[in-house]
Structures are given as structure tokens and as C-alpha cells.
Design a protein around this ligand. Sequence first.
Ligand code: NI
Ligand code: MN
Length: 227
Amino acid sequence: MATIQFLGHSAFYVEGSGIKALLDPFLTGNPQASEGPDARAALDYIFVTHAHGDHLGDTVAIAQRTGATVVATNELAIYLSGKGLKTVGLHIGGRTKMPFGEVKLTPAFHGSSIFEEGRMVYSDTPCGFLLEIDGKKLYHSGDTGLTVEMSLLEAEGIDVALAPIGGYYTMDVRDAVRAVGFIKPKKVVPMHYDTFPSIEAEPSEFKRLLDGKVDVVILKPGEKMSF
Ligand code: NI
Ligand code: MN
């Protein structure tokens, strides 16, 4: 059995057999963060969907402190290797075995950039992650608009999907409902909302619209769920 803990925004902690990991660890400067960047003494992996500050977040500092391996798209992984981090750089559609199970990178329709020395550097195409942990499938979509590519995920048999509902930069509630119709996960957890005024959303509305179709689990920052 694996456990996820919502840390606020799109940040999650995932634990299962052979894996302790963070996803998109934006903790410093995140008004919703339920913990700080020093909360985890031991970490195996950090999965980063794209380089925007609210996703790359504290990755460099946490990976330097814990020795965790960062998993990202190839170009972002190369950039992070340049910071002295251990990385695994795959690409969209690529799947590989990992000591804990499997990882696959999924498409995300969005941007990705890094501010460095006052300049914006384009990083890479963003991605989502499909993780197989303890025989269960967890999908973190990253930041993305609604895409028909999500219908390809139905065949993966996803147990838990983490989906943005905040709109403005990503899917809003209405589009996230359609995404769930494509993905057909057993459970869905809304993310990427209420962190900033531009992405205020109603998770209860998301739950209401999917009532009887899929189990919508609304996690408050700090709350956990087993799957
Ligand atoms: Ni983004
Ligand atoms: Mn974002």
C-alpha cells in the first residue's frame, strides 16, 4: 500500500515500498505549504513536472541536502545536473523501470521556464508523471490544459489522479471534470487551486459534478490518503 500526502498547491509526498519521494516541492513561498523544505530527512526521489517556480520550487536545496535523485524531462534534468544533482532525464511517452516500480512521462500542454540571473531561460516541454508504486498507478498531471491525449491514460488503469482545477494557467473545474472522463481513474484529488487569487476554485463543485462517477478526494494541505 502506498500513501500520498498533499503539501499544498501541486506538491505531494509519496511513500511506498522502496520509495520516499516529493512531487513538485514548492514549499518556500507557498502560502498553502503544510511543511517546510527541511521537513524530510530521507528522500529517494523528487519528481519535477516543469521548471516554473511553483513546481521546481525547493528541488535544488532539498536534493542537495538529502541526495535524492531528481526525475524530470531530459533538458531540465541536464540543467539540474549542472547544479550538482543526481538526475534521471526521460522524455514524453517514455517509460522505465525504477527500483520501486515504474515511471512514465506523460504530455502536459503548458510552458516551462527558469529565471536565472534576472533572465528568463526556456527550459523544456513540461510533463506529467505516471508512477507505479506497490502495483498501484498514481498520475500527477503537472500543469496542463485539457487535452485529448488524456484519453490514452484510460488504458493504464489509474488508481489515483492528481488534477489541477484552478484555471487561468491550467484546467479549471469544468475542464478537469472532462479530463476525469478521459482518464477514468478510481480516485481523483484536485490540486493547483486557491494558492493565488488568480486560481481560486471550488473543489466542492468539482466533487459535485463528478458525484456517482468517480471518488473525488479533497485533501487539505497536510492530509494523507492511502491507495
Ligand atoms: Ni506552470
Ligand atoms: Mn503551476
